[in-house]
Unconditional design. Structure first.
Length: 447
């Protein structure tokens, strides 16, 4: 690698050092204290008062994998993630006065992205103050989510060597940076990334951030081609790997039509962008409407002879497709959550200063690849909820399976404590006739 590349992103200029100001204080936490979990897949934290488990005998299960494990990140990547604010400061420095005002800027941006969304300008990410606030808060939190997810997914979910890749709604290259940090084996591949976004300023800053991260790992970066434009802008080459994060939800919010209509437009455009054997990795916020959009895309991918290998443990109809949930009902939707107590301490502190504390992080996602017929023995179940109490003294989890929605009932407290949202388990069922839970309609599996 050329000396020029390293010197640009590893040597800090004197003016940048002077502008860096004070670092946010590190949050001190009690290592023995764990924040209380909140349910994200429906109101099922209370005990099922009408629950009756008539399953004769206990079935057995094996844990296969889980989502959101920080121990799968290599130490160097974890160090970079924990000090991500320093990387941003090295490429886009703020002075002490600007850093002091940062929490207020983040809170203002939060309103622009939520309750004041209708008043937000389309090019808000081109504004210097808002872009700085975005990368220092939202990009950092998105990296926490995505690195945990990506490090836990199968290798087949990701691009192969010498591929053209497309990141839609790339913003400050969050997905690409997350892939670099979470999948070290991909750094050896020769990948060309087309990064598509309406904000040229966001793309430019994102490339500097990504190159700075790559420089810290001392490895040759992927080729980045920035493309200013919205979803549907022409890309010169067909892509073998397509990804996007949080962009479909943003387009849904600005659309007058329901997800059922929007999804057809998304899928048709995906086909325009992609090669026949392309792989897709789509990540969205863990909210009902986004989950509904991904579920509809899942159906179209399967009809197009692709396999949705994550998070789905089957290719049958989705039992948590979000249809009723996003229209206001209490039905469950497919999303996964994790506690944030081991997130970067400086990020947690910044969130508190901005009055946007975050105890939980959630997301919905799908990974679609060329069709595969590989199937494991036994019943695969992906846990989609937090634990909740079942009478008389059991622990329950909702899970997705080819049988539809299932309710896992565990008597063993130790086993229950080892499971969480996102775990994939393999169940061997002793009896084919399973009882049905009166509350949810899920089939009950006693473990």
């Amino acid at each position: 690698m050329s000396e020029k590349f390293y010197s640009k992103f590893t040597e800090k200029k004197a003016s940048q050092k002077k502008a860096s100001g004070k670092k946010p204080p590190v949050k001190k936490t009690d290592s023995n204290k764990t924040p209380a979990k909140k349910e994200t897949t429906g109101k099922n934290t209370a005990a099922h008062k009408s629950f009756k488990d008539k399953t004769p005998g206990a079935n057995t299960f094996t844990k296969l994998s889980s989502l959101f494990n920080t121990d799968r990140l290599e130490p160097q990547s974890l160090k970079i993630l924990n000090s991500f604010d320093e990387i941003i400061q090295s490429v886009r420095p703020l002075n002490s006065k600007q850093l002091q005002k940062l929490p207020d800027d983040i809170r203002f941006l939060s309103h622009q992205l939520t309750d004041q969304r209708s008043e937000r300008r389309l090019g808000y990410m081109n504004e210097s103050v808002q872009l700085s606030a975005y990368v220092r808060y939202y990009t950092w939190w998105n990296l926490v989510r995505l690195t945990r997810l990506f490090s836990s997914l199968p290798e087949s979910c990701f691009p192969q060597d010498n591929q053209i890749c497309l990141d839609i709604g790339s913003g400050p290259l969050t997905v690409i940076t997350a892939l670099w940090l979470s999948r070290p084996e991909l750094r050896k591949l020769k990948l060309t990334w087309y990064c598509l976004d309406v904000s040229a300023a966001s793309l430019a800053l994102g490339e500097d951030i990504y190159l700075s991260v790559a420089a810290k790992t001392m490895e040759e970066p992927w080729k980045i081609i920035r493309v200013k434009g919205s979803f549907g802008t022409v890309i010169k080459e067909k892509a073998g790997f397509i990804t996007c994060a949080n962009i479909l939800n943003e387009m849904d919010q600005g659309a007058q039509m329901p997800p059922e209509f929007q999804t057809k437009k998304y899928f048709d455009q995906f086909n325009v962008y992609s090669k026949k054997d392309a792989r897709f990795l789509l990540v969205e916020p863990g909210v009902p409407k986004a989950a509904r959009t991904l579920s509809l895309l899942r159906e179209r991918f399967i009809k197009a002879q692709k396999s949705v290998i994550a998070p789905c443990p089957h290719q049958n109809e989705c039992p948590m497709n979000g249809f009723k949930a996003y229209t206001g009902s209490k039905n469950k939707w497919c999303n996964f959550a994790f506690n944030t107590e081991d997130a970067p301490q400086k990020l947690l502190k910044l969130s508190e200063l901005a009055k946007l504390p975050k105890e939980r992080a959630t997301l919905s996602f799908i990974s679609a690849i060329p069709a595969t017929n590989k199937e494991k023995d036994g019943l695969l179940c992906r846990i989609t909820s937090d634990p909740f109490k079942l009478p008389p003294n059991k622990t329950g989890f909702y899970a997705c399976s080819k049988l539809g929605l299932v309710l896992l009932s565990l008597s063993n407290k130790t086993q229950a404590q080892e499971l969480s949202s996102g775990h994939l388990i393999q169940v061997k069922i002793k009896t084919p006739d399973l009882p049905v839970d009166e509350k949810s309609g899920a089939k009950i599996i006693q473990l």
